[in-house]
Design a protein around this ligand. Structure first.
Ligand code: NAP
Length: 259
């Protein structure tokens, strides 16, 4: 399928590894020129080189912390306002509801709610002027079905979801579509970290921890970044112009719900 976005420009935040990288690769495969971001310059440059070589698009790599004002300034200075914005950042640490203090919540809100809102606020006016734009926020299945050990994530992402629900409807009339993508468990470094935490907490092996988490997924496996990225690219495509403010699960059926 021709996604109709060749030669458009995208920012993909937190994209050197994992789901962000999957989104960047899928957009590049559709002919989109990229600004990609992450903190570790070496890994980011490797990813940029691989995407350029695989897809022949322009890729600018900006090593900065997207959860800081300076980090977002650097990305926008390199990119200008893009046609496509994919918001992403690392996920908060797991724990127990009684563990977290105010600073922990503020850090989670900065990373998984306020950074994405700031990027949208800075990109939407020009997208509206151009009468075309796509924003995809990577959130989590925890928006639909809370993951108890990820209380910081549950809380921050719920806030972003509420903001998007209203804002998406305010900008849709200008050809600007904002949607959220909700990953279930995908085979990334983040999944390995959470498997390791479970293994340590239960005194079981990493393999057993992974098997335990796999057993909760009707598809019987973890998702891949490529699958996730392809869904993101579709949401950024010309074909998704009538999708507004949706929360799309990519979770192998893990959230048990009829709707
Ligand atoms: P990952 O494999 O750990 O990759 C995270 C990526 O984000 C890396 O490129 C990392 O590079 C970058 N990053 C992290 N913090 C950053 C920051 N402050 N500024 C800029 N870049 C940053 O994680 P993932 O599995 O792709 O997860 C992506 C998001 O989806 C996370 O919020 C995660 O909680 C959420 N999620 C993941 C899953 C899953 O199963 N994988 C499920 C539900 C939700 P640097 O470290 O070099 O910055």
């Amino acid at each position: 399928m021709d996604l109709g976005i060749s030669n458009r420009q995208a920012i993909v935040c937190a994209a050197s590894r994992g789901l962000g990288r999957g989104c960047a690769q899928a957009l590049a495969a559709a002919g989109v020129n990229l600004v990609i971001n992450a903190r570790n310059r070496e890994v980011l440059e490797e990813t940029a080189t691989a995407i350029r070589s695989d897809h022949g698009v322009d890729v600018i790599a900006v090593d900065s912390d997207i959860t800081t004002d300076a980090g977002r300034d650097a990305v926008l200075a390199a990119a200008g306002v893009p046609d496509i914005l994919v918001n992403n950042a690392g996920g908060p640490p797991p724990g127990h509801w009684s563990d977290w203090n105010r600073d922990d919540f503020v850090a989670a809100l900065d990373a998984n709610m306020l950074s994405a809102i700031d990027m949208m606020k800075r990109c939407l006016p020009e997208m509206i002027d151009r009468r075309w734009g796509r924003v995809v926020n990577i959130t989590s299945m925890s928006v639909k079905a809370p993951i108890p050990v990820l209380g910081l994530s549950n809380a921050a992402r719920a806030g972003l979801t509420g903001y998007v629900a209203g804002t998406a409807r305010q900008v849709a009339g200008f050809g600007v579509n904002i949607n959220n993508l909700l990953p279930g468990i995908h085979a990334t470094d983040r999944a390995v970290a959470l498997d390791s935490d479970l293994a340590a907490a239960k005194g079981i092996s990493l393999e057993d921890a992974k098997a335990e988490r796999c057993a909760m997924i009707p598809a019987g496996r973890y998702g891949t970044s490529d699958e996730f990225g392809a869904t993101c690219a579709f949401l950024c495509s010309k074909h998704a112009g009538f999708m507004v403010g949706q929360n799309i699960l990519v979770d192998g059926g893990a959230v048990v719900a009829t709707l």
